[in-house]
Write a protein that binds this ligand. Sequence first.
Ligand code: ADP
Length: 261
Amino acid sequence: MTDARVLRDLGEHPVWIRMENISKRYGSRPVLTEVDVCFRPGRVTAVLGPNGAGKTTLLKMLLGLVRPDRGCITVGEKALDGDPAYRQEIGYMPQLPHFPDNLTGEELAAMLDDVRGFVGEPDESLTRAFDLGRELAKPFRNLSGGNRQKLNAALAFRYRSPVLILDEPTAGLDPVAARILKARVRRERDDGRTVLMTSHDLGHLEALADDVVFLLEGRVRFEGEVSRLLEITQQAELEGAIAAFLMEHGASGADGLEGVA
Ligand code: ADP
């Protein structure tokens, strides 16, 4: 169930994401197989798994960029059936944003406002926290890698979306900026948003994630609380838990664990 802290400050309704019996093949190769998972509001869920496990494909499905061959996805009340309206519910921070790089940060923000049909006062607090100020007047291509990533984050959090999908959000950020972003993710979570993230930095993930969805060869091998994963692997830290999990279940032929979806 949703935590009591949910709904404290969320202007929108909390949004559950349900993926039911999702399968996807590329040619003859299965990429996701019978994936049944639920992403809860007021929680940060880490989507984990080795390279090629299907993480990106899963996130792309939620963004409507990849269609499942089978199964059903619902975001809040809406089934993903080709109508892109539900995407208004999602703030997305891509790993590598493909912004038109001749545009300045200000122009990119205006363009996104336009594309989303956003009316009202956007949330620019992350822009201020990152002290992006003058950087917003420079073309994207002239920004340093760190400032590009800060702008990428600021744009993802701009719309107070009830769902946040963050793909490697702390990659390329200096420690101060990473700390600011992590505090912001926690606040969004505490305000009842549904946060999904991937990261290769298990330290950052450990500091943020409440729940884990662990994919192996396109199948969900664990879905549940981080504390439960630590418990069943008898590890104190996420890194050890994942290593233990992979060693026990291997990259092939794993049949799942007790408590594993
Ligand atoms: P991850 O993000 O966990 O590394 P991906 O979802 O990117 O995994 O990829 C899962 C598998 O699907 C990989 O074997 C990858 O090569 C394959 N794949 C991903 N996208 C495509 C595509 N557009 N066409 C063919 N195969 C793809």
